[in-house]
Design a protein around this ligand. Structure first.
Ligand code: RP5
Length: 155
């Protein structure tokens, strides 16, 4: 993520990966405040053993695109809700990648963070049968948790 302030959003991705038993490394890597850290991370990510990158950033959110430019790993971008423009700026700056360098862009905020983790897990599950089973179980539990009627409704 681009800043400590993104953690409130990106912790939802971390918690989802925890629930699925997926190992991850949560890092602060700012494209504009720590550009050298970004280059080192993105260029070294594949050799370091990472298989998917989830990049969350807000405002002029160039982190996911810059990371994607420097790695062939799949990169999923999470637009963090900004104070000024409610994350519309983050969304548009992440999703509008010119053809050639893809960033799989999720929804603004918590939903995007959770879904980025689920999407990353789905990618990893292509070559990990045990994770695929856990992912199916996670979705089944989610389905089972949905009541047919709201609690306040009387029949
Ligand atoms: C971006 O700027 C970060 O991703 C964050 O969403 C936004 C604001 O950062 P802070 O000023 O809160 O550190 O780089």
């Amino acid at each position: 993520m681009g800043s400590q302030s993104d953690w409130a959003t990106m912790r939802n991705a971390a918690e989802t990966l925890d629930a699925l038993g997926v190992r991850y490394d949560a890092r602060i890597v700012s494209a504009h405040r720590t550009p050298d850290r970004l280059v080192a991370f993105a260029k070294g990510a594949k050799d370091a053993g990472f298989r998917v990158v989830i990049a969350g950033a807000g405002g002029a959110a160039h982190l996911p695109g810059m990371a994607a430019a420097m790695t062939s790993l799949p990169v999923f971008g999470v637009p963090v809700e900004s104070k000024a423009l409610s994350g519309q700026d983050s969304l548009l700056s992440i999703v509008q990648m010119p053809a050639g360098i893809p960033v799989g862009t999720l929804a603004i905020g918590r939903a995007g963070a959770v879904n980025a983790a689920l999407l990353a897990a789905a990618v990893l599950a292509l070559t990990d049968a045990e994770l695929a089973t856990r992912l199916d179980a996670w979705r089944a539990a989610q389905t089972a948790a949905v009541a047919e009627r709201p609690e306040t409704e009387t029949p």
